[in-house]
Design a protein around this ligand. Structure first.
Ligand code: SAH
Length: 347
């Protein structure tokens, strides 16, 4: 590993490095445990290592994790939105959510994104760079450290297209689920993709028990192409054939995310066409009333239409959930909340 990014090294690689510098092999296990089990952020915390060795490691193998820049906590549901700074000054966001099935972290897989979905805020500045496995892991570790709570679920649904950063994503999943590391169950890991066909096909061969979510957002290519540039690269027929191929081995229920945009993809005809397309699939449709982004003009349908859309799918035997809005008060609106309080003279 040429850049000696220690947080992205698995235990075997770390053992090789430690061996190469002439240190005792068991030191690798100690460091790995500090980094991946005990959420250590610096060598100074690694009190069972000799002081001189700690200083040497600091210079030779810097820990390139996330540094917390700021955090906003929702007063509605305890959701926390973190802004992290990476070693090169790039900023990324992660979200911590408390669900009844466990504490969940939504991580970013890239700084920015090059997929260009029309309704998505992450696409606006394009792709800055891929995140390393260590930077993905560090989002989870830092949030555990900050909250003092265990994280049991990880969703790769933050900024970025995970299958556009395939090798680092895979390394991240293998390390996150490693029994010597954080040991989060693969069944509690979800990867969301806009439909990168070769990535989905490759994922099948990895033999992982992770959950896959597909950002569908339209029942046909025609509408999909107007909001998702990736749809021009891969037709729905290709995407669905890749999903079937993936399902043959993984056999875990697929999730389809469908962001409802008023006047674009929310008509009863769209619901009927969607139901037809999903016929026979072991799947769940997650409806997301589109979150308006300042730079874009998309609007969410009224609640009535969201419910109608849901009912139409359900009539066709499809499982549907409507995404619960978590941390509604902190999604950019936090400053406004404070402002209102200030104007009201409450704080
Ligand atoms: N690149 C991955 C992960 C992206 S974000 C993917 O495309 O799946 C996770 C989900 O949020 C995706 O389904 C994405 O399309 C959706 N999303 C992004 N911006 C949104 C917005 N403003 N409103 C509703 N859903 C949005």
């Amino acid at each position: 590993m040429k850049d000696r990014d220690i947080l992205s090294m698995n235990l075997t690689e770390l053992q090789e490095e430690i061996d190469r510098i002439g240190e005792k092999k068991y030191r690798a296990g100690q460091i790995y445990e500090w980094l991946h089990v005990k959420n250590a952020v610096s060598y100074q915390e690694m009190t069972n290592l000799p002081v001189s060795f700690r200083s040497f490691m600091e210079g030779a193998f810097p820990i390139r994790g996330c540094e917390q820049e700021t955090m906003q906590e929702s007063c509605l549901d305890g959701t926390r939105k973190y802004l992290f700074r990476l070693y090169d000054g790039v900023y990324i966001e992660s979200v911590f959510m408390r669900y009844h099935h466990g504490n969940t972290v939504c991580i970013s897989s890239q700084a920015g994104c090059r997929m260009g979905c029309a309704f998505c805020a992450s696409a606006i500045g394009g792709l800055l760079r891929n995140l390393s496995a260590g930077e993905m892991l560090s989002q989870v570790y830092r949030i555990e450290k900050d909250t003092g709570l265990c994280v049991s679920n990880v969703v790769v649904m933050g900024t970025g297209e995970p299958l556009d950063n395939y090798d680092n994503l895979l390394r991240f999943i293998r390390m996150l689920t490693d029994k010597d590391g954080h040991h989060i169950s693969a069944r509690h890991v979800t990867v969301s993709t806009c439909g990168i066909v070769p990535g989905i096909r490759r994922l099948k061969e990895e033999d992982l028990e992770i959950n896959l979510a597909l950002s569908l957002h339209a029942p046909n290519d025609e509408i999909r192409k107007t909001i998702m540039p990736a749809a021009r690269m891969y037709s729905l027929e290709e995407v669905f054939s890749a999903l079937r191929f993936y399902y043959e081995k993984n056999r875990r229920r697929l999730t389809f995310e469908y962001s409802l945009i008023s006047g674009k993809n929310d008509s009863p005809e769209c619901a009927a066409e969607l139901a037809e397309r999903l016929r026979g699939f072991n799947c769940l449709v997650n409806l997301i009333p589109v979150n308006p982004v300042r730079e874009r003009s998309f609007k969410a349908p009224d609640t009535f239409f969201v419910q109608e859309f849901k009912k139409l799918l359900e009539k066709n035997g499809i499982h549907v959930t409507i995404r619960r809005e978590m941390g509604r008060d902190i999604d950019g609106a936090c400053g406004q909340l404070r402002k209102r309080y200030l104007e009201d003279g409450k704080i």
